[in-house]
Design a protein around this ligand. Structure first.
Ligand code: ATR
Length: 261
């Protein structure tokens, strides 16, 4: 029988991860099966245990369970510890890792050829939390975290030398990369950015993929370069695949295929 993996979340029906991992498996001649599991909101741990007991080898974890997955692990990587969230579980050993930050950084540096020194990160929830450490490790000289609830940005920034917090209104200065890690776009809303932050010469990156968010539309109107989170999705998947299988799949051909579709 093929080794079994899955993405676990709620909701999970629209996840592209099964398709991505199946493509990686074909390209690297790995014998595996990758499914979708929608866990009840109050039964994440039990659902993971059932999959493990049935022989499941590994899970990718998505919203809203990444913090719960972190709490479930017997050991975690340094980057998962820093993010306090796990998106990759190795079920035999109880090991947890977080590949979101490295996925974003690889997309920025390898796929988008984007050098970043000064980063504005919008949002103070789980999505933002998962990438601050990786951005600083990858050479960002400063990361300003802006959030509607400023206290959340402050609590997050306090954990990272090199990061600082701000409300939206008092934002100023020049950034070369602006990342939308809020869930505003899912409600058709735009984080209240002051005029002048999005401009020509900026890369505006939305972690959401597959839809034109108000953030991306505003950035385009302001003359900024724009990108959605599809590349981050593919890169974090490739890193998870490597953790499980010890083989690093190529991401460029798959990303081109997904973008072309
Ligand atoms: P996730 O894990 O996806 O980050 P979350 O923890 O619920 O989800 O966080 C959602 C983020 O989007 C938060 O930073 C939230 O701001 P608050 O902390 O102030 O709630 C942000 N957000 C959601 N809707 C927003 C909107 N319309 N404008 C600005 N920020 C918004």
């Amino acid at each position: 029988m093929s080794d079994r993996y899955a993405i676990i979340g709620n909701p999970v029906a629209h996840s592209k991860s099964p398709w991505i991992h199946a493509a990686f498996a074909r390209a690297t001649a790995q014998d595996l099966d990758y499914a979708r599991i929608e866990a009840p909101l109050d039964a994440f741990a039990a659902t993971v245990e059932r999959f493990r007991a049935a022989g499941g080898k590994g899970l990718n974890v998505t919203l809203p369970f990444k913090q719960e997955a972190f709490a479930l692990c017997s050991t975690v990587s340094e980057r998962a510890r820093v993010a306090q969230a796990v998106n990759t579980l190795v079920l035999e050993s109880g090991f947890g890792d977080n590949t979101d930050g490295i996925g974003l950084v690889r997309d920025l540096s390898q796929n988008l050829n984007c050098a970043f020194r000064s980063v504005l990160l919008l949002g103070g929830g789980g999505a933002a939390q998962g990438v601050v450490g990786a951005l600083l490790d990858a050479g960002a000289a400063r990361v300003v975290i802006a959030n509607r609830t400023v206290s959340k940005a402050q609590a997050l920034a306090a954990r990272f030398p090199g990061a600082s917090a701000s409300g939206y209104e008092e934002l100023s200065g020049e950034f070369d990369l602006v990342i939308n890690a809020t869930s505003a776009g899912l409600a058709g809303e735009l984080p209240p950015l002051p005029a002048g932050i999005l401009r020509s010469g900026v890369l505006a990156y939305d972690m959401v993929y597959g839809r034109e968010t108000p953030f991306l539309a505003a950035a385009r109107r302001a003359g900024a370069r724009t990108c959605d989170g599809l590349g981050m999705l593919v890169e974090q998947a490739a890193e998870s695949f490597f953790i499980w299988r010890g083989v690093r799949p190529q991401t460029r051909p798959l990303l081109e295929k997904l973008r072309g579709a």
